[in-house]
Design a protein. Structure first.
Length: 202
């Protein structure tokens, strides 16, 4: 929705496609200049490097990124930037060998953020937000595969609206998921039998 100039403060539906909206967002958000990032892709911990990068107050994510991989001579003509963003976002779903956690868990299409107080208190998810904004702003990927309920909450901020989209597939623990599914099936069977017994006498 956006203000209709011909109707004062009334709001009209925005019929533009995602690509058009993103292009406008980029055109009004980007700044002139270059944001330099040095990254060691051989380092054991991608998470540790990402935290260091996005906590650096000198990094301006609105400027065009210039990625330099340590020990490599290639200039960034676009390839290293794409590789950096794809590798960084992919790492969010892998268990970090130093910290021993992944920030997101579950199956593709049902990814959910990991409930980890250390990750929350240390600013890991704030870092994820900066990384995603940085990536999308400069033509990189977003965060594919999130659970519908998570996407709804990020867009609306409403727990109630998001709750309507929660499904058993969003539970990362397969054993717990099976347990819940069996309990629900047994409960439905019990209530169905009770309904027939009470209201459909032979």
């Amino acid at each position: 929705m956006f203000p209709d100039e011909n109707k004062g403060q009334e709001w009209s539906e925005d019929t533009r496609g995602t690509a058009e909206i993103l292009e406008e967002f980029r055109s009004i958000t980007k700044k002139a200049g270059t944001g330099y990032i040095t990254f060691n892709r051989m380092h054991r911990s991608m998470l540790q490097q990402l935290m260091k990068t996005y906590k650096d107050p000198k990094l301006d994510i609105q400027k065009s990124p210039d990625i330099h991989f340590e020990g490599e001579m290639a200039a960034d003509a676009g390839g290293p930037t794409k590789e950096y963003f794809y590798s960084a976002i992919e790492s969010l779903f892998n268990v970090d060998p130093i910290f021993g956690v992944s920030l997101f868990t579950g199956e593709r299409g049902h990814y959910v953020p990991l409930m980890n107080m250390d990750a929350i208190s240390s600013g890991c998810f704030k870092m994820v937000g900066k990384l995603l904004a940085h990536s999308v702003l400069h033509g990189g990927p977003g965060l594919p595969g999130l659970a519908p309920a998570v996407r709804k909450y990020l867009v609306s901020g409403s727990v109630i609206d998001a709750a309507d989209l929660v499904s058993v597939e969003d539970i990362p623990d397969i054993d717990l998921r099976d347990l819940i599914e069996n309990k629900v099936c047994n409960l439905c069977y019990y209530h169905g039998y009770l309904f027939i017994y009470l209201f459909c006498p032979v």
